[in-house]
Design a protein around this ligand. Structure first.
Ligand code: DC
Length: 228
């Protein structure tokens, strides 16, 4: 199949807490496209590793977990062997471990085909760190969503407080900076904008404004190519 005839992909990459998850889900809903939250796959590997006492540096064992995962995705919920693990995947322990698990090239390659399998008609909105650079280099539209570390820590703080979880801004800011360093400096698929990505800084924008901006970029591109 030529790239032209494959279902279109909108790739949204960016650092932790940049708002790309919410934006990607809204863009997918607006376009009627499928949605891939690739970070949840790394989080699932981390959760399994915690449950099985697999160390963060044991790349072969982590890759084995990655290749045998059988998650069930249902809207924003994630199931694993009949359990709803959506909340467990968002814990700070799993978040920190996911970023450490993701540095291993064998783990990343074990998840590659699984991510590409999400590409199906009528199209896919995929969010993560390497959607536009590695997983879908031929994506129809690539967006790199950034925001200052302070703005991202404030958003995370608000989310946690709304859920009744206490959190300190200083700790959140430190965690976000640590994850940024790890995600951007790793050898395997580091977090960098694709050469052909549109960079959107959401520091002073609402989720609705960012969603509209991505949809406008998508429509412009469709208009320019005459393809819907
Ligand atoms: O997007 P997220 O915060 O749920 O991702 C969790 C971790 O997984 C993140 O620290 C880096 C890693 N990740 C990755 O390396 N590549 C992706 N495409 C998505 C996530």
């Amino acid at each position: 199949m030529s790239t032209e005839s494959l279902p279109k992909v909108v790739a949204i990459d960016g650092p932790a807490a940049s708002g790309k998850g919410t934006v990607a889900l809204r863009v997918a809903q607006a376009l009627g496209f499928r949605y891939l939250d690739s970070g949840s796959l790394y989080r699932l590997v981390a959760l399994r590793a915690l449950e099985r006492n697999v160390a963060a540096d044991d790349a072969p064992a982590l890759a084995q977990i990655a290749s045998t995962l059988a998650p069930e995705f249902d809207g924003g919920r994630v199931g694993l062997q009949g359990r709803d693990v959506s909340e467990a995947l968002r814990s700070e322990t799993v978040s920190a471990l996911a970023s450490r698990v993701a540095v291993h090239a064998p783990v990343r390659s074990a998840l590659l085909a699984r991510q590409r399998a999400f590409r199906a008609p009528p199209g896919l909105v995929a969010e993560g760190r390497d959607m536009g650079t590695v997983v879908f280099p031929d994506a129809w539209l690539k967006v790199f969503l950034t925001a200052s570390a302070e703005a991202r820590a404030r958003r995370r703080h608000k989310q946690l407080i709304e859920k009744g979880i206490s959190a300190k801004m200083d700790d959140l800011l430190r965690d976000i900076r640590e994850r940024d360093v790890r995600d951007t400096t790793r050898a395997a698929a580091p977090l960098v904008p694709a050469a052909d990505a549109v960079i959107l800084d959401s520091t002073d924008l609402t989720v609705a404004a960012v969603t509209d901006a991505v949809l406008a970029l998508y429509r412009d591109r469709c208009g320019a190519s005459g393809r819907r």
